[in-house]
Design a protein around this ligand. Structure first.
Ligand code: FAD
Length: 390
């Protein structure tokens, strides 16, 4: 019987924690103030091979499964660091591994595994379509041995810091396909040589330090062999990758929740008010204890979803539930931690306000809580679909 959902991963955790130890709160505070990318942190993770965890050994990676990748990302967050600067390399990997050609794998994976190439950008969301992915308007038109791409993506995180982008675009106009889910294709776009020419990247400044951007494609010509899998089947490929993404982000939320509870409890033990530690008051203890209990429940579902994924299932319900529960648990823990710190929770030097801002994102991205509830209502409860077109 497994006693803990991530039993057996202690060495992995210790290895990740050792890298994170070189990047304390002061490192992240400085970047946050400058809205700068954590270049040294990402390079260190790549150098140590942590971002190549899911690349099969035959291409130079560690050949680990999603559960291990989830533990790596969870531990990064538990240590107070932020994997948002590089987590896409884990979750976009599944799309390439499952649907990419042997030639694509040979060309890119060894370079990624060696830390010489970055696959950090994932271009799905568009300004006009938002959550309604099937309405996206970026077009890739076949022209001889090439595709020519025109359109715009938004919230394409890390595009400025990535060599490659997994891109979802329409290859057959919507009025020419029987179902809206058809006619979309995935491309592995090599950004090098295109950015600053036919691709324009504009950073978006957000409430936290998150290198996100909008990306404009103007007659971008890419080789036809950049197509991943079959033309027109891209939506299905992206959907299967999204379960991995939800599980991995959920694991980060679990790491955040643990960080907030630890930080809050440590402060509650030390801070003396009215001549006694504030943690002696149940009004201070209970929010932290409740947040911890909710984190444990979410953690169990996150690793159950990861285990199902690793066993070859397509755990849509578990992945969605895990994402929602873990994001809620981290947000509850963030609130409890900030409240425990009183006024000092707002002071930058405690790192709580920064992590608080960072944790808020996961109520919205990569999928908002409402859409998860819609999915469960429809798929599990058999209720009528509440959104979408006929
Ligand atoms: C910092 C950041 C980084 C991101 N990184 C990436 C990235 O790297 N790649 C990428 O492709 N995308 C990325 N995203 C986009 C993210 O996935 C979307 O923001 C998210 O999916 C929500 O889409 P939207 O912002 O267009 O909201 P909208 O679709 O405009 O929705 C707005 C609100 O309305 C609600 N809503 C909409 N329709 C319904 C409905 N039918 N029922 C109930 N509620 C509904 C939503 O839940 C949401 O709260 C990022 C976003 C952010 C903020």
């Amino acid at each position: 019987m497994t006693v803990h959902p991530t039993e057996g991963y202690d060495d992995l955790r210790a290895g990740v924690a050792a890298v994170c130890a070189g990047f304390p709160g002061s490192y992240w505070r400085d970047l946050d103030a400058r809205r700068a990318y954590p270049e040294e942190f990402v390079s260190a993770l790549m150098r140590e091979g942590w971002l190549a965890a899911m690349i099969p050994e035959e291409y130079g990676g560690s050949g680990l499964k999603l559960t291990a990748a989830a533990v790596i990302l969870e531990e990064i967050h538990r240590q107070g660091c932020n994997a948002a600067a590089c987590h896409a390399q884990m979750y976009t990997m599944g799309t390439v591994l499952r649907h990419g050609s042997e030639a694509q794998k040979q060309k890119y994976l060894p370079e990624i595994a060696a830390g010489r190439l970055r696959l950090q950008a994932f271009g799905v969301t568009e300004p006009t379509s938002g959550t309604d992915t099937l309405s996206l308007q970026t077009i890739a038109r076949r022209d001889g041995d090439s595709y020519v791409i025109n359109g715009q993506k938004i919230w394409t995180s890390r595009a400025e810091h990535s060599d490659l982008m997994v891109l979802l675009a329409r290859t057959t106009p919507r009025d020419e396909v029987a179902s809206r889910t058809e006619g979309l294709s995935v491309f592995l776009v090599d950004l090098r040589g295109l950015v600053g020419k036919s691709i324009t990247i504009r950073p978006i400044r957000t409430m936290m330090n998150h290198a996100t951007t909008e990306v404009f494609f103007e007659n971008v010509r890419i080789p036809a062999d950049a197509l991943v899998g079959e033309e027109g089947k891209g939506f299905r490929y992206i959907l299967s990758g999204m379960n991995a993404e939800r599980i991995l982000i959920a694991a980060e939320c679990i790491g955040d929740a643990k960080w907030f509870v630890d930080k809050g409890a440590a402060y509650a033990r030390e801070r003396q008010v009215f001549g006694t530690p504030i943690g002696k008051n149940q009004g201070v203890q209970f929010p932290l204890a409740r947040a911890y209990a909710h984190m444990m429940a979410a953690e169990a579902i996150v690793y159950r979803a990861a285990g199902l994924y690793d066993a070859g299932h397509n755990p849509g319900v578990e992945a969605n539930a895990a994402k929602m529960l873990a994001a809620d648990a981290s947000w509850e823990a963030a609130e409890a931690c900030l409240q425990t710190h009183g006024g000092f929770g707002f002071a930058e030097e405690y790192d709580v306000e920064r992590k608080f801002r960072e944790a808020r994102l996961y109520q919205v991205a990569p999928i908002s809580t409402n859409m998860i509830l819609c999915y469960i209502a429809e798929q599990v409860l058999g209720l009528p679909k509440s959104y979408g077109r006929a």
